[in-house]
Design a protein around this ligand. Structure first.
Ligand code: PEP
Ligand code: MN
Length: 366
């Protein structure tokens, strides 16, 4: 199901003067002091950054962490807007935040991951934004539930917000992984399929949790055709009051951006287009063969199902399943295919076969 939201493209947001990818939003996790903010902002501006991010109200998972300077930080952002000409963005988590931020002329707002997970909060924010025409970015919810993410865009859209964008910041998981938040790239890809015009930003800082991974995650986002990046940058990252390990200096940010390889996201007008089209034809043909093979396989599964029913044989034959799995894994290895992929595909096929045979066993034939 695709969503029909008539979203305004970044070119109509009046935030970025240069619209080439990546559109970059950068700044500290939190505004800590007027000095920290303006020193960081000055260096970012010198490096060509046009939109400054800074959290004023910080949703921290555990109490007794730094929870942001609160409203007194808003005039600091306004001062940077006036003196440096940067656009400024901050996070809002309730109607009061929205009103305070709008009163101070903040240019752009974002909704944090913990808030997106709560439809009441999103609804409250959306209603407080009625009649307001500024861009609002929505981070993915902390849990990998795409419906919550889509629902947040719909709530904002219904309240008249048309300048919408998504921020992919990864998903919490119980086990610790390489990254602080698992990217699960298939989720933003599916979001883009469902809401076609939605600009996608990647937040490599919150995905990684550590500055050493920011480059590789940013590159991956660019390779997937994301429109922009939102990256935490602090004048003295190691002294940051929140998210210290993942922040980088404006100079480090500059180096990362310079090293990014940007590939063409819309190869429509070039000869690339023809080459890609031809290869896509081949993929479509192969997908059809996979579907034909699955249909054929399922017919044989049904035949076996009927035979088992007539002869009172159980559906699951563990030895047979063990043989199938080890055979396909061997084949995968020989063909240099990812074993994990082949295992997942065959487990899904096997489960569907069991389901089909269970239906046959329990069907009451007249
Ligand atoms: C942030 O942007 O500093 C933040 C709190 O992020 P998230 O909502 O992704 O955790
Ligand atoms: Mn942060």
């Amino acid at each position: 199901m695709a969503c029909q939201l008539d979203i305004q493209p970044c070119s109509e947001w009046n935030l970025f003067s240069r619209l080439q990818r990546p559109l970059v939003i950068a700044g500290p996790c939190s505004a800590e002091s007027e000095e920290q903010l303006s020193n960081t902002a000055t260096l970012l501006k010198n490096n060509g950054i046009e939109v400054l991010r800074a959290g004023i109200w910080k949703p921290r998972t555990r109490p007794n962490c730094f929870e942001g300077v609160g409203e007194k930080g808003l005039p600091w952002l306004q001062y940077i807007q006036k003196t440096l000409g940067l656009k400024v963005a901050t996070e809002v988590a309730n109607a009061h935040h929205v009103e305070a931020a709008l009163k101070q002329g903040i240019d752009m707002l974002w909704i944090g991951a913990r808030s997106t997970a709560n439809p009441f909060v999103v609804q409250e924010i959306a209603e407080a934004l009625k009649g307001v025409d500024i861009p609002v970015l929505v981070k993915n919810p902390v849990n990998p539930d795409i419906e919550l993410w889509v629902g947040a865009f719909e709530r904002l859209y219904i309240c008249g917000i048309k300048k919408l964008g998504a921020i992919h910041r990864g998903f919490s998981s119980y086990n610790s992984n390489r990254y602080r938040n698992t990217p699960q790239w298939q989720i933003p890809i599916e979001l883009k399929r469902r809401i076609k015009q939605l600009p996608l930003f990647c937040d490599p800082s919150h995905i990684s949790g550590h500055r050493e991974y920011i480059q590789e995650i940013s590159q991956k986002a660019m390779d997937l055709g994301f429109d922009g990046l939102i990256i935490e940058s602090h004048i003295q990252p190691d002294c940051a009051l929140s998210d210290a390990a993942q922040q980088i200096t404006p100079q480090q940010l500059n180096n990362i951006l310079k090293q990014l390889i940007i590939r063409d996201a819309h190869p429509n007008n070039s000869s690339n287009h023809l080459i890609i089209e031809e290869l896509r034809e081949k993929i479509d043909t192969l997908d059809n063969s996979i579907l034909e093979a699955l249909t054929h396989r399922m017919k044989i599964i049904e035949e076996i199902g009927h035979y088992k029913k007539q002869n009172n044989i159980t559906i699951l034959q563990p030895d047979r399943w063990e043989n199938i799995l080890s055979r396909v894994i061997d084949e995968a290895r020989k063909n240099n295919l990812p074993v994990e992929l082949v295992e997942r595909v065959f487990k899904a096929i096997h489960q569907a076969s069991i389901d089909r045979q269970t239906d046959i066993m329990n069907r009451h034939e007249k």
